[in-house]
Design a binder for this molecule. Structure first.
Ligand SMILES: C[S@@+](CC[C@H](N)C(=O)[O-])C[C@H]1O[C@@H](n2cnc3c(N)ncnc32)[C@H](O)[C@@H]1O
Length: 264
């Protein structure tokens, strides 16, 4: 049965350039997951929606093995092309029906995935099935509210006011709920939530280009006419707020990781 989730085949050529952490930050993110999950070189880890290995490859040096599942073959091929000695194995599959035996993993990792899956509750049940007793889900996400000094909030607002909130286009968990949906679904937060701040450097022109290229999955199903209206509103907001398109702006981003035990 074809999946009803949003696969990222079309994003493979720009995913790492537009979603990757600034160079050097990825090792802090890998270490963050290991710390939150108490992972060791003996740990067996599963990642749902592993993509190009943005999380798995820097996490791999801290653990024994990572097995990752993804719907998009091109994303997995990109991971394999980047992989050197990291103990990461990938499988094509759907998070809602995982092609793996139950109870084999000490931890599962999930980052920016459940908003793409209409039947995300089934995917959560499958993640729980992957875990051995006492195994934890390590959920990671970018906390947009903690972004500081970022001009693109103004520009996104112009977009949302014109074509509707971009997050409403996702078929699964609303991204505003990333911090709460697991606890709301009966998963029990354990250990301390940890966060890592890093600096992103970008010009408003680069942001506009990304919009024009429709790099975000929320834009993939929008009619061209709506995208054009949104773009016009963003260009207009740049002028109204006298945002210099070529000024390099530094802003702070925050990545969080929280561990959860499955519902009893
Ligand atoms: C936004 S990317 C995140 C990738 C990785 N977790 C990261 O943080 O870089 C989402 C990934 O989930 C995959 N995906 C979406 N729905 C899926 C499903 N039902 N089962 C498995 N993978 C899925 C997409 O193909 C894509 O590679």
């Amino acid at each position: 049965m074809p999946s009803d989730s949003v696969a990222f085949d079309r994003a493979v050529d720009y995913y790492d350039d537009t979603r990757g952490f600034p160079s050097g930050e990825e090792k802090h993110i890998g270490a963050l997951f290991a710390r939150v999950g108490g992972l060791t070189s003996a740990s067996r880890v599963f990642e749902v929606g592993i993509g190009t290995g943005r999380i798995a490859l820097p996490l791999a040096p801290h653990v024994g093995q990572i097995v990752g599942v993804d719907l998009a073959r091109p994303m997995l091929e990109r991971l394999r092309a980047k992989q050197t000695t990291e103990p990461v194995r990938v499988i094509i599959g759907d998070a809602t029906a995982l092609p793996l035996y139950s109870g084999k993993f000490d931890a599962a990792v999930a980052v920016h995935i459940f908003h793409l899956i209409p039947r995300w509750r089934d995917a959560l049940r499958e993640v729980a099935r992957m875990l051995r007793p006492g195994g934890m889900l390590l959920s990671g996400w970018n906390d947009k509210a903690r972004r500081l000094g970022n001009y693109d909030d103004v520009l996104w607002q112009a977009w949302d006011d014109t074509v509707g909130n971009r997050h409403d286009h996702h078929p699964g968990v609303h991204p505003d709920q990333f911090e709460t949906f697991l606890a709301d679904s009966g998963w029990q937060p354990v250990n301390e939530m940890l966060e890592h701040y890093y600096t992103i450097t970008r010009t408003p022109q680069e942001f506009l280009l990304r919009l024009e290229q429709r790099i975000w999955s929320s834009m993939w199903t929008m009619p061209d006419e709506a995208v054009e209206r949104g773009l016009a509103a963003v260009r207009d907001a740049m002028q109204r707020h006298q945002i210099d398109p070529h000024k390099v702006v530094e802003y702070s981003a925050c990545f969080k990781v929280q561990a959860f035990l499955p519902p009893k």
